[in-house]
Design a protein. Structure first.
Length: 272
């Protein structure tokens, strides 16, 4: 895949299809325990320089994400906060109420991005109409989807007045959805990667270790940088401050063409 050179820095923002600017690197909070663990992770990330925090109703930690943000002392305009609609809240009225509950838990008037967490069979159009209403009412500055693939995104063209700004999927060299990335680029949908660190399963991969050694970087940093150089928003999760710092330290090196080609070739493409 031909890749246009992207200038990356801690202040890099990717412009969504509605003009909203989204930070290129953020903190994921899946499996981060509610309470002090989430509050501390969010506060530490914001102190390091992260400006994107991702949560979801299903994670059970929205309240603590909001508290961690407020404890940081940053202004609301400085931090991009995402949450998601869970599977049992699909449908027009349920989705509207779910968004209100998430905002109440977060202690916010709006989120920067509200996502449908998973496509729900038979109710996708109805739920998306609710998402458009949430956008219209200013309760979310952008709306999008998660775990949507070609058939779901193509179907949306039949019922959506507003196409999703973001599609959040699992994405790494070991789950390289090359065709979906190209599709999203062509349709002006920003791809966002969850589990970019492969849930820790591939951090000892010798090919990645060698590339990391070449740049004096860790495998985690190589994985994050690979996604960023593909123009994908990355949201690695961590509960440990030293790893939160490590995951942020990816703006002082470049993977060269050989590195990118080697990483691109690990996966044969979508397994879906």
């Amino acid at each position: 895949m031909t890749q246009t050179k992207i200038e990356l820095s801690p202040s890099t923002r990717f412009k969504l299809n509605n003009g909203v600017l989204m930070p290129c690197l953020g903190l994921g909070t899946w499996q981060t325990e509610a309470g002090a663990e989430t509050r501390n992770s969010v506060r530490n990330a914001l102190e390091v320089g992260y400006r994107l925090i991702d949560t979801a109703a299903m994670y059970g930690n929205e309240r603590d994400v909001g508290d961690g943000f407020r404890q940081s002392g940053l202004s609301r305009e400085d931090v991009f906060i995402t949450t998601k609609l869970w599977n049992d809240e699909h449908g027009y009225e349920p989705a509207l109420h779910a968004c209100d509950r998430s905002l109440s838990a977060l202690g916010l008037d709006y989120v920067n991005l509200y996502l449908i967490h998973w496509p729900s069979s038979g109710r996708r159009a109805e739920t998306w109409k609710a998402m458009e209403k949430i956008l219209e009412d200013g309760k979310a500055l952008s709306i999008g989807v998660s775990n949507y693939y070609f058939q779901h995104l193509e179907e949306m063209k039949d019922y959506a007045n507003v196409l999703p700004a973001v599609d959040q999927i699992e994405f790494s060299p070991f789950s390289y959805e090359r065709d979906l990335l190209e599709y999203c680029r062509a349709n002006r949908i920003q791809l966002e990667a969850y589990s970019p660190l492969t849930r820790g399963r591939r951090l000892k991969d010798q090919q990645l270790v060698a590339i990391g050694r070449k740049h004096a970087k860790t495998v985690a940093q190589v994985l994050i940088r690979w996604g960023l150089q593909h123009g994908v928003v990355e949201i690695p999760k961590s509960r440990h401050k030293e790893w939160i710092v490590e995951n942020w330290d990816v703006f002082d090196f470049d993977l060269d063409e050989d590195d990118m080609a080697a990483l691109d070739s690990i996966s044969t493409g979508s397994g879906r």
